[in-house]
Design a protein around this ligand. Structure first.
Ligand code: SF4
Length: 481
């Protein structure tokens, strides 16, 4: 997943996640997730592992026996949020000394033992590849030992663990297909916190999707730091594929094949995927998208900068021109495809001219929406070690504002292009603003709200004619097919 990858709706950041009680559950787990979709998906694996140990999740922090924060290290602000949260948990721990508090995820991996030294109330520190060890680590805590496992794995994909679906709407779910990333973009902590890229057995992916379909789910998002790089050849890191046997090479499954398998096997299921890395996205994925109407016409395609020289400093393995070429191919093969981006303002050494290249790239693509941030230097990354973070804060802020303003203009253009048309919408729940309205998304991932009508329910696919819009929401009414 990319640095600025699709963040869960801000409202869900730090959300306590709950599942139904199991019969043998005797202890209460309060699980809070921060950051990207991978973290939210990992929390479902953690809940499953601890469910086997007799933990039932709760949304009431005061009644918890165990509090786990699944953390994010992408930006300094994300880490500050977690530290602040740990501060407030301190008060609860004072009232309840038997309470255990653990830190999971990227921040645990980045800070390792430092966490136990700096945050005295933290009892356990567990990296993203060590969740199977949680039961042992909890025993260590009980026995008064330091409980830490931040070992990164070359194989772990949690393939056969059936995630406990937490806090969702019961109709859309994430299914993890890859873990880690080998790309080494110079600004990114992911290769250090989530390790080498490895892919999950396609059979276990299909089994998980089948289970979801049988439970009434209508949409899955295939998830990974870099889904287009998916390659199953029997397990192990992607980088070792070159040493695979001839049989393994001949029977290997790539992302286009996996996507085709899921879409063919589950024709009534909506399928999304995230995140795509421009250098790894192949034309065969676009052909599969064009072939199946149940694969959503939307690609999150982070570029980070519109300048070839900045892309080079970021160690992105493509140029501005190659990105344009990819955009042209997408427009040709999947004409109605929506696109979103991640953009960094003020990366190391960024000149005014390079910033203008970003704006002109955005003008060319006219993204539907984007995730935009001022550059935040992350300790341990190649950029931190080798490049001065030399763009003044004021300049970063101004450039970010220009990027945001341009994106708003483009979002408006895109949203207006949907007005007057009829869209197939999956009903996902009540509109946040008015419970007399349903909330859902079209294939392009645009949010649509419309008045409820008798006989419609969450999980239904309905046709909605859009009559107006804001920059973020389409408004319409249900019509007959
Ligand atoms: S290293 Fe690059 S491709 Fe990999 S997760 Fe980070 S930003 Fe994405």
């Amino acid at each position: 997943m990319h640095q600025e990858d699709k963040y869960i709706d801000e409202a869900r950041q730090g959300e306590a996640l709950m599942t139904l009680p199991t019969t043998n559950a005797t202890k209460k787990l309060f699980l809070e997730s921060y950051g990207c979709q991978m973290n939210f998906s990992d929390s479902e694996i953690v809940a499953s592992i601890l469910n086997e140990e007799g933990y039932q999740t709760t949304t009431q922090v005061d009644e918890a026996d165990l509090i786990l924060l699944n953390t994010c290290s992408i930006r300094e602000k994300a880490e500050q949020t977690v530290r602040k949260r740990l501060g407030t948990l301190n008060a609860i721990k004072k009232r309840n000394p038997s309470l255990k508090i653990g830190v999971l995820g990227c921040m645990a991996e980045r800070l390792k033992h430092k966490f136990l030294e700096e945050e005295h109330l933290v009892d356990l520190v567990v990296g993203p590849d060590a969740y199977r060890d949680l039961p042992n680590l909890l025993n260590d805590v009980e026995d008064g030992r330091d409980a830490i496992n931040v070992q990164l794995s070359k194989e772990e994909t949690y393939a056969e663990i059936s995630p406990v679906r937490l806090g969702g709407n019961g109709v859309t779910a994430f299914v993890t297909i890859t873990r880690g990333c080998d790309n080494m973009c110079t600004f990114c902590v992911v290769p250090f916190t989530r390790g080498r890229e490895r892919s999950r057995d396609p059979h276990s992916i299909l089994d998980e999707v089948k289970e979801l379909v049988e439970s009434g789910y209508k949409e899955v998002t295939l998830l990974g730091q870099n889904v287009d790089s998916y390659l199953w050849y029997g397990g192990g890191p992607k980088k070792d594929f070159k040493n695979a046997t001839e049989i393994q090479k001949a029977t290997a499954v790539d992302f286009a094949q996996l996507l085709d398998m899921v879409a063919t096997q589950f024709p009534k299921l909506r399928i999304r995927f995230s995140t795509s890395n421009p250098q790894d996205m192949q034309e065969n994925v676009l052909m599969v998208m064009a072939k199946h109407s149940n694969i959503c016409k939307y690609i999150h395609l982070p570029v980070q900068s519109g300048s070839t020289s900045v892309l080079e400093r970021m160690n992105r393995q493509h140029t501005r021109e190659e990105y344009f070429d990819l955009i042209d191919r997408i427009r040709r093969i999947v004409p109605d495809c929506a696109l979103s981006h991640d953009m960094i303002a003020g990366f190391c050494g960024e000149t005014e001219e390079e910033h203008q290249d970003t704006l002109s790239l955005m003008e060319y693509v006219k993204y539907d929406f984007g995730y935009m941030f001022a550059y935040s230097d992350r300790p341990g990354t190649p950029a931190h070690k080798k490049m001065p973070d030399d763009v003044p804060t004021e300049t970063k802020k101004r450039r970010l504002q220009e990027i945001i303003a341009l994106q708003q203009k483009h979002s408006e253009i895109r949203m207006n292009s949907y007005v007057g048309k009829t869209h197939e919408v999956l009903i996902e729940g009540n509109s946040k603003k008015d419970e007399n309205f349903w909330y859902g998304r079209n294939t392009q991932n645009a949010v649509i709200v419309f008045p409820k009508t008798a006989g419609t329910n969450v999980g239904d696919f309905v046709n909605v004619k859009v009559h107006s819009c804001t920059t973020a929401t389409l408004i319409g009414e249900m019509v007959e097919a």
